[in-house]
Design a binder for this molecule. Structure first.
Ligand code: HEC
Length: 281
C-alpha cells in the first residue's frame, strides 16, 4: 500500500502538496527565496569600499569611438570577444592587468561578453597598427590563416552614419556619463577632427574636450591630480583614407583606445597593492 495520500504530502513537517498546488502560496515562497538570494549577493557590495576602486584616466568615449562601439555591437563582435580580463595568472600574463570595474563605468551596455572564441579585447588598444586592423578586419585569414573570424571588408565602404550620435550622447549623459553640453553640441566637428578629414582644424578643440582632467558626474565634479597626464587621443585617418569618415574609421578608433586610459604601472596589483593600502589607512 502506498504511503502517499493526495493532499497530505508532508515531508519533514512541510505540507509540500499544499504549497506546490496553490499558486499564490508558491509565488510567495518563490519570492522569499529569490529575495534571500538577491540580498546575499547585493548587500555586501554596499559595504565593500574597494568594490569599485577609483582610478584616474577613465574618460567617456569620443563621438567617433562611441559610433565604433555601436558598430562593435551591431556586428556582434561581443559574441566572440570578451572585454573582461579575469584575475587569473594566465590571463594576466597574456592580456595585462585584470579589468577594473571603473574601466567600464561609462559603457552602456556593457561589452564584458562571456563567449571567448577570439582573444579578450579589453586591452587591445595600441597592440597593433591601424594597417594591421584594416587588413585583419577585411579578411582575418589573410593575417591569421587559422582564424574563424568573419570578413568585415564592407566597413570601409560604408560612410559612418552620424544621425544618431547626438541622441546617443544625450542618453548616455542622462545615465551619468560625463558628456558636457559643449561635447554634445560639437559631436560632428569632433568626429571629423578625430578621423583627420578636416586638415587638423578641429584637433585642438577635440583634445581640449576629451583630454581634460575635470569631469562632472551627476553634479559631482572630479578633478584628476596635477601629476596625472590623460592618455592622448588617437587622431588620424584610421582607415588610411582622410577623404571621408567610414565605419572602419570608427571601429578602429574604438579598438585602439581599449584599455589605454588608465596608466597601469608594471607589476602593481591595483586591487591590493594600490587601493588595498591607500584605502584602508
Ligand atoms: C566568429 C567569432 C568572431 C567574431 C564574430 C569576431 N571575431 Fe575577432 N577574432 C576571432 C578569432 C577566433 C580571433 C583570433 C584569430 C585572429 O586573430 O583572427 C579574433 C581576433 C580578433 C582581433 C585580434 C585580437 C588580438 O589580440 O590578437 C581583433 C582586434 C578582433 N578579432 C576584432 C573583432 C571585431 C572588431 C569584430 C566585430 C567587427 C570581431 N572581431 C568579430 C573571432 C571572431
Amino acid at each position: 500500500m502506498s504511503e502517499y495520500k493526495k493532499g497530505g504530502g508532508m515531508i519533514r513537517g512541510i505540507p509540500h502538496d499544499t504549497i506546490e498546488s496553490n499558486l499564490p502560496i508558491l509565488a510567495v515562497f518563490v519570492a522569499i527565496l529569490v529575495a534571500v538570494g538577491g540580498i546575499v549577493e547585493i548587500v555586501p557590495a554596499f559595504y565593500l569600499e574597494d568594490a569599485e576602486p577609483k582610478v584616474e584616466g577613465v574618460r567617456p568615449l569620443t563621438p567617433l569611438e562611441l559610433e565604433g562601439f555601436a558598430i562593435f555591437r551591431r556586428e556582434g563582435c561581443f559574441l566572440c570577444h570578451a572585454q573582461m580580463i579575469r584575475p587569473f595568472r594566465d590571463e594576466k600574463e597574456r592580456y595585462g592587468h585584470f579589468s577594473l570595474a571603473a574601466e567600464s563605468q561609462f559603457d552602456h551596455n556593457y561589452a564584458w561578453g562571456s563567449k571567448r572564441t577570439g582573444p579578450d579585447l579589453a586591452r587591445v588598444g595600441g597592440k597593433y597598427t591601424d594597417d594591421w586592423h584594416i587588413q585583419h578586419l577585411r579578411y582575418p585569414r589573410s593575417v591569421v590563416p587559422e582564424s574563424v573570424m568573419p570578413n568585415f571588408f564592407f566597413l570601409e565602404e560604408h560612410p559612418l552614419d552620424t544621425s544618431r550620435t547626438k541622441r546617443r550622447m544625450e542618453v548616455l549623459a542622462s545615465m551619468n556619463v560625463p558628456y558636457s553640453a559643449d561635447d554634445i553640441a560639437n559631436y560632428e566637428a569632433d568626429i571629423k577632427a578625430q578621423a583627420g578629414v578636416d586638415d587638423g582644424e578641429g584637433e585642438d578643440a577635440l583634445r581640449a574636450r576629451y583630454e581634460r582632467k575635470t569631469w562632472e558626474i551627476d553634479g559631482v565634479v572630479t578633478t584628476w591630480s596635477d601629476s596625472f597626464e590623460p592618455t592622448p587621443l588617437d587622431v588620424r585617418a584610421f582607415d588610411g583614407d582622410a577623404s571621408d569618415v567610414t565605419e572602419m574609421d570608427a571601429l578602429i578608433a574604438y579598438l585602439q583606445q581599449l584599455g589605454t586610459h588608465i596608466h597601469f604601472e608594471e607589476g602593481v596589483d591595483y586591487y591590493h597593492d594600490k587601493f588595498g593600502h591607500a584605502y584602508r589607512e
